[in-house]
Design a protein around this ligand. Structure first.
Ligand code: NAD
Length: 384
């Protein structure tokens, strides 16, 4: 299906400016190129926003609204090439369709990228223009925090549209920072993987190598330590890793050594695309389970993990805690009855069951876990 491609209203635009014409031509070339691009996956809508007076250039991609409004965060990033922004919007919005479906949420998948200038200037005018663009989609897209966007930015966007998820919540209610929810889901997913892969009911003495000690990795490490796991942690911010290690009686290694650290579980919680032929060959673990998005550099790399006998927890299944927490804030606000934190945690506690179903199907079919997860998600969004 050729997507509906929409741009912002041309009425107010100074269309005679050659620079704008150049940009429009560039967008046109990008659009044409991406209809045949591997990352295009029958997306329902690709919406281009260009508001030069507000300094805003953005892409909002809706992959599927089969299960509900397309939910997914906004990435604020300087892209050297606009093609990379388009690729991010296409890939990440599809990922959100899969993630939301597998999380059991009544939401489809969408994602926005704002093409920041090299200085990454973010003004109130830019955020207001972006919010109005979201509002113009009448709730088909619901935004949230992602790389480069803070909770304060989400609050700012909410002044011009209600279609934001993850607003700060009152004590005891779902919403706010998605990081702790994601960390809780990753911790539960690691427990499930240890049970599945090592046959152990307890994390006591299980060695977990944690890459990245930010909101997700740090949060998961604290929960793992509480259960008696043996931790080795690393961060490119070595002082940050050291400080956390001191608190948790953990060991540290340099950031470039964590992936090959001999351990039971390697838990990636920093960057995406870290699993590729060279790094998979270097892994010295029985399980890969962590919160980072898009861990497999390419989809065909999942089979390499399986061939090495490494149990893999598909990233968008194990890291769905954050979207569950923020989506419930949105759904509760729209429905007039807020969800509690306890209800959000209850849904996050279903992540281990979903992982177990994937591993069971993987064992029965001989297909890698990531392929099984993709197929389950595709079926849920009506594309099986
Ligand atoms: P964060 O910025 O709080 O933490 C990331 C940490 O990783 C930082 O401390 C950073 O210094 C470190 N890091 C970066 N590169 C590294 C490297 N090469 N080696 C070791 N450490 C490195 O981010 P976060 O919110 O914790 O997110 C971590 C990952 O989880 C990202 O891939 C993100 O997309 C994904 N994720 C986050 C959430 C969420 O709710 N925050 C939800 C789903 C997925």
């Amino acid at each position: 299906m050729v997507p509906e491609v929409a741009g912002s209203d041309p009425v107010d635009r100074p269309i005679f400016q050659p620079f704008l014409l150049y940009l429009e031509a560039l967008w046109g070339i990008c659009m044409a190129a991406f209809w045949t691009e591997a990352d295009f996956d029958d997306h329902e809508l690709v919406h281009f926003v260009h508001e030069p007076e507000a300094g805003l250039t953005a892409i909002i991609a809706l992959h599927s609204t089969h299960l509900g409004p397309g939910g997914g965060g906004t990435r604020f990033w300087h892209y050297a090439q606009p093609e990379a922004a388009m690729r991010d919007a296409l890939r990440l919005s599809r990922g959100m369709s899969y993630k939301n479906a597998m999380a059991g949420l009544p939401m489809g998948g969408g994602k926005a990228v704002i093409l920041a200038d090299p200085q990454r200037r973010k003004t109130p005018e830019l955020l207001a223009a972006f919010a109005k663009a979201i509002d113009g989609l009448d709730g088909r897209y619901v935004t949230a925090q992602d790389v480069g966007m803070s909770e304060a930015d989400i609050v700012s966007i909410s002044r011009n549209t209600q279609h934001v998820a993850g607003l700060p919540a009152a004590e005891g209610l779902a919403g706010g920072d998605p990081g702790p929810y994601t960390a809780y889901g990753v911790y539960l997913g690691i427990k499930a993987a240890v049970q599945q892969g090592l046959g152990k009911e307890s994390l006591s003495g299980v060695h977990v190598a944690v890459q990245g000690t930010g909101s997700v990795g740090g949060g998961a490490a604290r929960l793992l330590a509480r259960d008696g796991a043996k931790l080795t942690i690393a961060d490119i911010d070595a002082a940050k890793a050291e400080a956390l290690a001191n608190k948790l009686s953990a060991s540290t290694v340099p950031a470039d050594a964590i992936l090959a650290t001999p351990c039971d579980v390697f838990s990636p919680n920093a960057l995406g695309a870290i699993l590729h032929p060279e790094s998979i060959a270097a892994l010295d673990c029985a399980i890969v389970a962590g919160g980072a998005n898009n861990q497999l550099a390419r989809s065909e790399h999942g089979v390499m993990l399986a061939d090495r006998g490494i149990l893999y927890a598909p990233d968008y299944v194990i890291n769905a805690g954050g979207i569950i927490g923020v989506a419930l804030e949105y759904l509760g606000r729209r429905g007039g009855t807020p969800y509690t934190k306890e209800e959000a945690n209850g849904r996050i506690e279903q992540i281990p069951g979903r992982l177990a179903a994937i591993w069971e199907e993987s064992a029965a079919s001989g297909l890698p876990a990531d392929v099984v997860a993709d197929r389950m998600a595709q079926k849920l969004i009506g594309r099986g």
